[in-house]
Design a protein. Structure first.
Lengths: 180, 611
């Protein structure tokens, strides 16, 4: 005798099996919970070396820098500039700007200068959603200086955006042949 | 001392010890039961118990009356938590709302075709689609009310903020909702009661009001992703600017198209159920046709959907590169692999249904021979699209590959390959439609050969442009590569329009090798329709998650931060489970809607008089 499966059971089986299959696919991809970035307490008397370490943490965490930037990627395509040896390029990227001033400009007013070959897209780092504090940005600058150079910023370093006197130059013109 | 003497001495010592022990035990027992005066407190309790209770109550009242009002930021939903509760209710509301907004669009078009051609079948079909609306409308409203109350209860502070920004939109929304009910019920209950033109106008009113409701609700949700019209601190500057934020119009367009695709698939599933329940050939023929129309609507809307998706993604990037990269290259990048599986299945299902449908028409053999080639192309594109850029591998596997990307297949994981694959998929599915349309027909126009050749040329050119630009994408910098997707999409869109424009006059007076035999289709085709409907629903759930989850730990991105216990992005595995639960609840409820709609055709209960 042939077993007759009720239509409702067949329809239910199709719905459940299809849904089950997609749920299974969902379990097959990498599983990761993503938490809001941790706040890092920065004391006023931290050394430049400590700032570099803290800056690296912020770079990889709260700053979300690694969402777009790479460090030491050898071959393209590049989404945004690779930051290997960026400390060297920062010293001469824009005439009249020191590396500290250049870094400050790229973080506080990222659209003032766009590296040739790339689209604008860098968010203003001291405003939400990233919203780094002036102290955190100094630490990130210390870390950036460590990429091909020797960090020299301190918690007392002043630049155009934290009450310092050096004015940032609004240089829209591209600099000399950049590394991406 | 003799031995005897020693024994006597030892016996005496033991006797004395035993007596001493017995005396100690006796003394202990006497002391234990001795009467002792109870120890009493020296001072009497200055506060009698009753007074103490009163004092405590008075003190508590004083504290309570002095307590300041503190606005609750969050409240917890028992068991599953607030986020999941809101997630499920919002998704169910959206699914029913999408259905209620979509069905009137194609019901009106089908009714209009019936009015113009004087073919009553179209009128009956449009009415049958509309029958599904009234209960769905009630469920949409119920879930909408539940969502509103739950937001007020569970997320009071955030809800309050949204009200402060969008309060001018709420009354118009309610008013439109009232008009929606008016038009919907008049359209449904007035079927055949008014002149066709008046009835069509009612349908038009229903669509316009429904679209208006969607536009307002879209403003709220898109503002959460790409806020505008508010200061850095969140103060309202312009409600109108808040409404027309970066992602509002792309979402409006994307949702209208997606709703039609989704609504068509659900209507197709209804027809499939009715087909499988049918007991006569006439019923089978009618519901086969209805299922075909439902699927045609779904797939026709589905083909341009990726283009609307491109625009939406472009606007997200334009608003915030960080948000865009979080979506496509960060936390949610793997979600798009799941999406690829879903869309690939939709294309496979849609093509399979069309190929099965060719059997309805005598003389289909001429075209069926091409199916295997189409299947190869669809499968190949599916595989390319579902290939991830980086894969989960052990340390040794990563070493062997020289990185997290496969040395060869890794190249298929980038956007250049995926854009190419999806555009070719769309072209191939369009080709399936074209073959289905031509089944059993021979063109009679004198320029038939030229027309066919031109169509083939357009098709080939579009495919060549898509593939050529896809390959070019590997050799140019990011700035150029991102822009290549526009001509890829444009060429496919233009090709589809141009081929259709030629096809309509080409087959206008075609010679038929036989009539379409509706109902002559294998039963498995109806299960394919249900599979397509479930896949569409699941896809909507998944994409709803990414649209909302993209904000991560922000209620309103960059403005109102989520500080609740749920302020983290769950795993994709968890998200897919929630989506699945929602889809199952939706299908249980839509099954109820189908059942209620089918009661309409049943005979009235006569209390057994007819037996």
């Amino acid at each position: 005798m042939r077993l007759r499966v009720p239509l409702l059971a067949k329809l239910g089986a199709v719905v459940v099996a299809t849904t089950g299959f997609y749920t299974y696919v969902g379990q097959m991809v990498p599983q990761k919970e993503i938490y809001p970035p941790k706040e890092i307490l920065i004391k006023a008397d931290v050394t430049t070396a400590e700032m570099t370490t803290i800056g690296k943490e912020i770079f990889e965490g709260k700053g979300l820098c690694t969402t777009c930037h790479t460090i030491g990627k050898k071959t393209g395509p590049y989404r945004f500039p690779d930051l290997d040896n960026v400390a060297v390029r920062a010293r001469t990227r824009e005439p009249g700007l020191s590396d500290v001033d250049y870094f400050a400009q790229t973080l506080y007013e990222p659209d003032v200068f766009i590296v040739p070959g790339f689209n604008p897209g860098m968010p203003t780092i001291n405003k939400p959603p990233i919203g780094l504090t002036d102290q955190e940005i100094l630490c990130v600058m210390a870390f950036l200086q460590s990429l091909g150079g020797t960090p020299n910023v301190t918690m007392a370093t002043k630049h155009h955006y934290n009450g310092g006197g050096a004015a940032a130059v609004a240089a829209a013109a591209p600099a000399a042949a950049p590394k991406p | 001392m003799t031995g005897k003497g020693l024994k006597i001495a030892a016996g005496l010592v033991l006797a004395v010890l035993a007596l001493a022990a017995a005396a100690r035990v006796g003394l202990y027992l006497v002391e234990k039961h001795e009467y002792k005066e109870p120890e009493r407190a020296q001072l009497a309790d200055p506060t009698p118990r009753e007074q103490g209770v009163l004092d405590e109550k008075a003190a508590a009242d004083k504290v309570a009356s002095a307590k300041p009002y503190v606005e609750a930021e969050y409240r917890a939903f028992p068991g599953i938590g607030s986020r999941v509760a809101i997630w499920i209710v919002a998704q169910l509301h959206l699914l029913f709302a999408a259905f209620v907004l979509a069905v009137p669009i194609f019901a009106l078009i089908i009714e209009f075709i019936g009015y113009k051609t004087k073919d009553k079948r179209y009128d009956r079909l449009a009415y049958e689609f509309t029958k599904l609306l009234s209960v769905s409308f009630s469920l949409t409203a119920t879930f909408g009310a539940a969502l509103t109350f739950m937001l007020i209860i569970l997320y009071p502070k955030f809800t309050n903020y949204m009200m402060s920004v969008f309060s001018p939109t709420f009354l118009p929304y309610v008013l439109l909702f009232f008009f929606e009910a008016f038009f919907l019920y008049t359209y449904y209950y007035g079927w055949g009661k008014f002149s066709p033109r008046i009835h069509l106008l009612l349908g038009l009113g229903l669509n316009l009001v429904g679209t208006g409701i969607m536009l307002i609700a879209n403003a709220w949700v898109t503002f959460m992703t790409s806020p505008a019209g508010v200061s850095e601190k969140g103060a309202v500057i312009s409600t109108w600017q808040a409404v027309r934020n970066f992602t509002w119009m792309p979402i409006n367009v994307h949702r209208i198209i997606a709703n039609i695709a989704f609504g068509g698939s659900i209507a197709g599933a209804y027809a499939a159920v009715k087909f499988l329940q049918a007991t006569t050939d006439e019923e089978r023929a009618h519901y086969d046709w209805m299922g075909y129309i439902g699927n045609f609507v779904a797939i026709s809307a589905f083909l341009p959907l990726p283009f609307a998706g491109y625009w939406l993604a472009k606007e997200i990037y334009a608003y915030s590169q960080t948000l865009g990269l979080t979506m496509m290259g960060g936390a949610f990048s793997w979600l798009f692999i799941i999406q690829a599986v879903l869309i690939g299945n939709l294309f496979l299902g849609a093509n399979y249904y069309l190929w099965l449908g060719m059997g309805r028409v005598p003389g289909a053999q001429n075209f069926q021979k091409y199916i295997k080639y189409l299947l190869i192309v669809v499968a190949a594109c599916f595989m390319v699209w579902a290939t991830p850029r980086s894969i989960i591998a052990t340390v040794s596997e990563v070493r062997a590959m020289g990185g997290s990307s496969h040395p060869a297949l890794g190249f298929l994981g980038v956007m250049s390959a995926k854009n190419t694959a999806v555009n070719i998929l769309i072209l191939t599915t369009f080709m399936s439609f074209l073959l289905y349309r031509r089944t059993g027909k021979t063109p009679t126009v004198p320029w038939a050969k030229t027309g066919n050749a031109v169509q083939l040329g357009i098709f080939g050119t579009a495919a060549a442009i898509v593939i050529g630009l896809g390959i070019t994408g590997y050799f140019v910098e990011a700035k150029v590569r991102i822009g290549l997707s526009v001509p890829q999409v444009g060429s496919v869109l233009l090709a589809m329009i141009a081929i259709t424009v030629i096809d309509v006059p080409l087959y206008r007076k075609a010679r038929m090798s036989g009539e379409v035999q509706w109902g002559k289709i294998p039963a498995i085709s109806q299960y394919v329709l249900i599979f397509i409907a479930v896949t569409f629903t699941w896809l909507m759930g998944l994409m709803g998650y990414v649209r909302s989850g993209l904000r991560q730990h922000w209620h309103v991105y960059g403005v109102v931060r989520d500080t609740s216990v749920d302020a983290f992005t769950p795993t994709l595995g968890f998200a897919t489970k929630v989506v699945s639960v929602t889809v199952l609840i939706f299908f249980a409820l839509i099954g109820f809607v189908f059942w209620l709609a089918s009661l309409h055709d049943k005979k009235d209960w006569d209390g057994g008089a007819s037996s």
